[in-house]
Design a protein around this ligand. Structure first.
Ligand SMILES: [Zn+2]
Length: 468
């Protein structure tokens, strides 16, 4: 890179700010101020990179592509090779595990199941700790290192905790995971324990953990890496850049994501928006979000919007009615009060996408179909294929359109679910009209249970013949 261009790119990074997204406030703060929400109004913060400075930098796309074949970890990382759009200096102490650069798979069985000619799956579960959280943790933990933090903290029982624990270990920072006592799933915690995190079992519920997180935010040596942290979105937005690169910079018609805490859909929206403003693409894909029926506060809000509330410039609703007791077996999206709902809703409305729900049996069958394409994902990821099938049936997606589903976690994140599905023992708790709960079995249209076979060649051949 020539000195002049390098200086321009550097200036864009160093003049980035943290901005409050509440329109009436819109206060800005320095990029190295250790804050998590707007100190003035409490609103969420978003990082703003001065893109106008980057418009004069030539060949950004070629530059990013070339770095992928480097031997340097920072150059190769699927996040850091897009560093012109990240709020860090050239000498930042980058904490990376070579995240990103995940595959974009063609999935013919899924396409047929959903009623499409072609369906592609972007598998973010192929990241170092097997979930999409890694692309955001590399930037959040790098910021923690820059600020001189000694300890990074989050409250989570799942993918976030595992990812933070790994990046903290890599950065030689202490990591604390806060969990409500008695609600700890050993399978989900195994990764955090292995990466050396301090796992604090709190005598209280998840709300107590969240209260403690905000109280700990005042301690100078502690850095909070929960979803509210705006530096996570900066890393996560790079999935949009990488996806466009894999599509040869031809914009897909639809990108479909699972909806839990909504950080993923928000980050995609920001990523595509930055590419449009830089003139690297000429339109936006429609972003659609799929939620599980029992855990769908944003889908309910979306279904109740008036026609005047649709469209790119419509004012966003002020409040989201949370789901008090969210229910779904897709634990990664079992969230009743998503933190980033406004950013996600803005992305969906701006691109004229949809937000819909799918049932537990629909998620389970879609997951099995994804498996038949040789691709393993956790249950939450399968909401995408189930949702696309419904959107095609409803005429919201056409058979010949280009559609990409984003898978968020690896199949080994939740092996119990998979085993129960294929053995026919999977069930979920449903709420009756009387308000009580009952256990409902999931039949499983694509079950594939092991069978007992005699120890002879003939028995094996007979078994194979019967299953052809
Ligand atoms: Zn504010």
């Amino acid at each position: 890179m020539s000195d002049a261009i390098a200086n321009t790119a550097q200036k864009a990074v160093t003049t980035a700010v943290q901005r409050c997204i509440v329109p009436a406030c819109a206060a800005t703060f320095g990029i190295r101020e250790q804050i998590y929400v707007c100190p003035r109004c409490g609103g969420p913060l978003q990082i703003e990179i001065p893109l106008e400075l980057l418009q004069s930098v030539p060949d950004l796309r070629e530059r990013w592509h070339a770095r992928a074949s480097s031997h340097d970890a920072r150059e190769r990382s699927g996040v850091w090779r897009f560093r012109e759009l990240l709020p860090f200096d050239g000498d930042a102490p980058v904490v990376t595990l070579c995240e990103g650069n995940t595959p974009l798979y063609d999935a013919p069985r899924c396409a047929q199941y959903a009623g499409l000619t072609v369906l592609r799956l972007k598998h973010q579960g192929c990241n170092p700790t097997a979930s999409f959280k890694d692309t955001g943790m590399t930037t959040a933990v790098t910021q923690a290192k820059l600020l001189g933090a000694r300890t990074v903290v989050c409250a989570s029982t799942g993918n976030t905790a595992a990812s933070l624990a790994a990046y903290a270990a890599r950065a030689e920072l202490q990591c604390a995971i806060l969990l409500p006592q008695g609600q700890i799933s050993p399978a989900k915690l195994a990764q955090s324990m292995d990466y050396g995190a301090v796992v604090c079992e709190i005598a209280g519920n998840f709300d107590d953990c969240m209260r403690l997180i905000s109280e700990l935010g005042d301690v100078p040596f502690i850095y909070i890496a929960n979803s509210i942290n705006p530096f996570r979105m900066e890393g996560q937005k790079t999935v949009a850049f990488e996806l466009l690169e894999q599509c040869g910079w031809r914009v897909p018609d639809h990108v479909v994501v699972p909806g839990g805490n909504m950080g993923n859909s928000s980050a995609l929206g920001k990523g595509f928006d930055e590419m449009l403003r830089l003139g690297l693409i000429d339109r936006l894909p429609k972003i659609s979000v799929i939620q599980a029926e029992g855990s769908a506060p944003l889908a309910h809000l979306f279904a109740g919007l008036k026609p005047s509330q649709f469209g790119p410039e419509a004012a966003l609703p002020d409040e989201l009615a949370p789901v008090a007791n969210p229910r779904t077996l897709a634990s990664a999206i079992k969230i009743g009060a998503p933190v980033s709902w406004k950013k996600a809703l803005r992305a969906v409305l701006r691109t004229r996408g949809n937000i819909i729900t799918v049932s537990e049996p629909e998620i389970a069958d879609a997951k099995a179909i994804i498996g038949r394409d040789g691709i393993g994902c956790e249950p939450a990821s399968a909401t995408t294929v189930a949702g696309i099938r419904k959107l095609v049936a409803a005429g919201k997606i056409y058979a010949g359109e280009s559609v990409i589903a984003v898978l968020t976690g690896h199949v080994l994140k939740d092996p119990d679910y998979v085993s129960h599905y294929h053995r026919g023992t999977l069930s979920f708790e449903s709420v009756t009209e009387q308000g009580t709960t009952k256990s409902v079995p999931i039949g499983g249209a694509f079950r594939n249970a092991p069978e007992k076979v005699a120890a002879t060649k003939e028995a094996i051949l007979k078994s194979l013949e019967s299953r052809r």
